[in-house]
Every structure is written in structure tokens, then in C-alpha cells.
Write a protein that binds this ligand. Sequence first.
Ligand code: FAQ
Length: 308
Amino acid sequence: MPNSIFEDKINKDLKIEPRDEMPDGYRSHLIRQMSQHAHSEIIGMQPEGNWITRAPSLRSKMILLAKVQDEAGHGLYLYSACETLGITRKQMIEELQTGKAKYSSIFNYPTLTWADIGAIGWLVDGAAIVNQVSLQKTSYGPYSRAMIKICKEESFHQRQGYEIICTLAKGTDEQKQMAQDALNRWWWPSIMMFGPHDKDSNRSEKALNWKIKRESNDSLRQSFIDKTVPQAELIGLKVPDDKLIWNEKTNHYDFGDIDWEEFWNVVNGKGLCNKERIEHHKKAHNEGEWVRKAAVAYSEKKLNKKVA
Ligand code: FAQ
């Protein structure tokens, strides 16, 4: 049987564009992944936004403000890219607020000290970059193009976080302890961001065949660990994993067992901040209703003028 145009394009590594024919499963897979990705960017503003008023200097406050605004921008590109698949922004928000759509587990952990802001930039954005660089080559055109722009901004975010952690690690004993404590709390949740092991990742096979995902969860996780451990060692911090050891044969770090029970609890709504994150989103969304109404009224008025 001859290949469909869709299959041909996938085989030739060409991009699928919004008006191209695509299997229903491909479309719905993308809607799920891209909307979850967009929600992660938006909910991800909360743990860091929490520290804008408490940043220790004007410089750090300006940088953090810019970073949090970038995350809002990433969410908006991704919502727009997802709308090209035939779902509305309203539907996506409803799915987030009713728990039908997920967002990254990592954003259900609290930010207890300023060092946590460093750990988020260094580890969470660091993990996001590894995943998103690979997604630049995803088969869906609008998603791939959004990733290219987003990755440029994410590298600035990673540096912002590593700078905070380096400063604390070189500071007083108490500051070094703050940096170590943040690493202790954020290391394992960051490793979990890549999702279940390949053997338990139900979505991976199709996603890899359709070239939506270009690398598996485990291979991305390994590459994040290999990159990040030397960064911790360089500044005298200890990664909280007694089984972590460089393996000469594989040229990778071996690492300890991930607590999957904790991961699934957080994914299924029982993390420390799940409830708070969604409540906050609902409140902000309701308070912004007048802005949405005003924007629609303004564009309708302009449209009516043109028609008349
Ligand atoms: N959290 O079969 P798989 C950022 C779910 S970056 C929650 O392996 P898949 C930047 C998964 O949805 C963070 N749920 O699934 C930033 C599936 O459930 P479902 C966002 C998770 O899709 C930094 C089930 O488990 N990045 O925000 C997680 O092939 C700082 C089975 O899993 C992206 O979303 C998790 N960690 O692989 C912003 C990247 N992991 O839907 C602010 C795009 C898995 O069947 C501040 N997404 N699940 O009910 C992806 O690459 C993939 O979707 C994975 C999951 C890798 C997340």
C-alpha cells in the first residue's frame, strides 16, 4: 500500500503544518502534549513569582521579573501553536482547571528560600532545555518553531539560576548550606520531570514513531544528569544520591532509584502545592475576566467599523 502524504513527510523529516492532513491520533497526541507544556509554563510562574517581592537586590529582582515574564510568553506561544490544531484557548484553560489536563509535576513543590530560585533556574530550566532542544526537531512545524525561540530564552534562565547558586555556594557557611539544602530538595523532582522510565512510558512509542518526541525519557534524563553533576561538583555541592558514580564503560553516570510513588502522587494531585497552584490560577483567571471582555469588545468594535 502506498504511503500517505503524512507518512512520506514524517519519513523524510519534513514538518507537518496546520492545514496538512494528519491522523486523528497524531492531532490529539499533540494537543495533549503541547497544552500540558503550555500549562507548565503558566503554572511554573507561580513558585518563582512568589519571590519577586523578596529578591535580595534590585538587579536580582529585575532579572527574576524578566524570567517570569518570559515564562508567560512561552505559555502564550504554546497555546497559540496548540490552537492551530483546532482546540480553543478557553477549552485548554477549562481542562487545566478541572484537572483533565496535566502540567509538570515539578511546579507542585514549594519555594522556601531564595536559594530555591537558584535551584529552579539551574535544575528545572536546565532539565527543560535538555528536553526542549530535542523538541526543536519535533515533526509539527508550529511546535518546533516555538521551541527554537523558547530555548534561546531558557539558556538565559539556566544561567540566572546557576549564578544565584554559585554566589551562595561561595558565600558564608550559612549561605552554602542554603544552596546545598535547595539542591537536596530539587534534585530528585528535577530528575522526575522527564517522566516515567521508557519501559513504563505508554505514550513514547507512538510519539517517537511520529517524531513528536525525538528522544526517550530515559535518554534525556541521562543527558541532564551527565551535564549537571559536574556543575554541582565545580562549586562544592553534593548531589543527594549515594549511588551516583561515573561509569567508565558507559561514559555516563549511574544513579540511584527514583521514588516513583512520590512522582505519581504529585502527578495525581497529591503533591505539596497542587491545590494551591490551581486555586491561584482560577483566582487570577477570574480577576482577569474584565480584561478579556474589554479586548473582545474592542476587536468587535473595530470589526464592525470595517464592515460598515
Ligand atoms: N509531570 O508516557 P509518558 C517548563 C505524564 S518545562 C506531570 O512518558 P509523554 C519550563 C504524561 O503526561 C516543563 N505529568 O508521557 C519552565 C502521561 O500522562 P497522560 C514542561 C507527567 O507525554 C521552567 C503519563 O505521565 N515541559 O515548564 C510528567 O510521552 C521554569 C505517562 O508519561 C514539557 O511539557 C511530569 N513530569 O512524556 C517554566 C515538555 N511526566 O497525558 C517555568 C513537553 C510524564 O497520558 C519555570 N512534554 N507525565 O495522562 C514532554 O516532553 C512529554 O510530554 C513528557 C512526558 C516528557 C513530559
